[in-house]
Design a protein around this ligand. Structure first.
Ligand SMILES: [Zn+2]
Length: 372
């Protein structure tokens, strides 16, 4: 039998909180820890479509909140498509139908994010999947931890907007609010990992724990939560990958969300179907094995709503980054920003016009995605 696949998505989990967390630190003892995994989009829908297709949304069609149903399923396969073709039982659980592509999922359950106890519910789902496995069927289980999102939605998005002065003047409160929500995510993750171990699913499963995007705690005026800008407090996320055949290690090179789907398929020896569109992502196995690997650019984009109540239909803010540099193009007013991420990780010192070599190279790279 092949290995099962379990994805645990910590919606809105911040990288800096995970780095400081004992619960997350514990994962590094037996997992591959990616310390900078770049999201395609700083909001769930576009981010998760990219994770589960290995392709950027500018090609799959899902590049904005408005285009959730424009996924080109005749041209692109999802991870669930591949796994169900390989006789996996595919099950997704999340707080809305809109977060991930439903294609390829045999069951897609929507939980009530305000009421559900996700530790109990996801443990029950793991029990059910274990029974399938004991009966000789592989499974792919997608678990969406929605509670950080729910808390931010209730306490920030419904109360403030991107230009609420009182929000940006309340750093301590913002930090406290987020810390509480993150702490609950830690308790959840701890319980779920214990459950997986107790069911003896570790040896025979590939497990990916990741965040779709971070959430602002008031860093930049104009973005009270996420989805507006392309700064690292939302774009740079965490990822932990478990496979008993692969030795635990820390990978500090930049990787991209779109690389995980081809990596999982590679681990399972499932070939990419060449009758569909080519993937943007690449298997990280060579990087994990320490073979020659050149860092790839990471492309991201989002729709800044500016003064409107809803984001625009197509993205108006794009970025291209390496581990060292990031170029942002604000298409709505045709301005650019360039950041030295090593010396200025908070992206406070815009170097546009001051480093023409990097600016030229990154502008040229970004054009490859805007011309599509
Ligand atoms: Zn999200």
């Amino acid at each position: 039998m092949k290995k099962n696949v379990i994805i645990v998505l910590i919606d809105g989990g911040r990288l800096d909180f995970a780095t400081k967390s004992d619960t997350f630190q514990k994962l590094t003892s037996n997992m591959i820890h990616f310390t900078q995994s770049i999201t395609y989009a700083p909001y769930t829908t576009a981010a998760m479509h990219a994770v589960l297709t290995g392709c950027y949304g500018n090609r799959t069609g899902v590049n904005s909140y408005w285009n959730i149903f424009k996924f080109k399923n005749k041209q692109f396969l999802t991870l669930a498509d591949y796994l169900s073709k390989n006789n996996y039982y595919t099950y997704a659980d999340g707080h809305t139908e809109l977060i991930i592509p439903k294609f390829g999922f045999r069951e897609f359950n929507v939980h009530d994010e305000q009421k559900i106890n996700l530790i109990d519910w996801h443990s029950e789902l793991l029990d059910n999947m274990k029974k399938k496995y004991d009966d000789g069927q592989n499974f792919f289980l997608y678990l969406h931890y929605s509670k950080i999102h729910t808390g931010i939605s209730n306490e920030v998005l419904k109360v403030f907007n991107n230009f609420s002065r009182e929000y940006f003047d309340s750093n301590d409160l913002n930090l406290e609010r987020y810390s509480k929500l993150f702490n609950n995510a830690e308790i959840y993750l701890d319980s779920i990992m214990n459950k997986i171990k107790k069911l003896n699913l570790l040896e025979n499963s590939i497990i990916l724990i990741l965040s779709d995007h971070g959430i602002s705690i008031g860093e930049k005026f104009g973005e009270c939560a996420y989805g507006t800008f392309c700064y690292d407090y939302t774009m740079k996320t965490f990822a932990y990958l478990y496979n008993s055949d692969t030795k635990p290690q820390i990978i500090s090179s930049q990787v991209r969300h779109i690389d995980f789907m081809p990596t999982i398929l590679d681990m399972l020896n499932i070939e990419i179907d060449s009758s569909f569109e080519k993937l943007d992502g690449e298997s990280l196995i060579p990087l994990i094995k320490g073979e020659n690997h050149t860092e790839k650019f990471a492309f991201s984009e989002t729709g800044n709503p500016l003064n409107n109540n809803a984001p625009p239909k197509i993205p108006n803010t794009k970025s291209i980054r390496s581990a060292k540099w990031k170029l942002i193009h604000n298409e709505y007013n045709d301005t650019k920003e360039l950041y030295d991420l090593v010396n200025d990780p908070n992206e406070e010192n815009n170097l546009i016009g001051k480093n023409s070599e990097i600016e030229k190279e990154f502008s040229k790279e970004l054009l490859k995605y805007t011309d599509n």
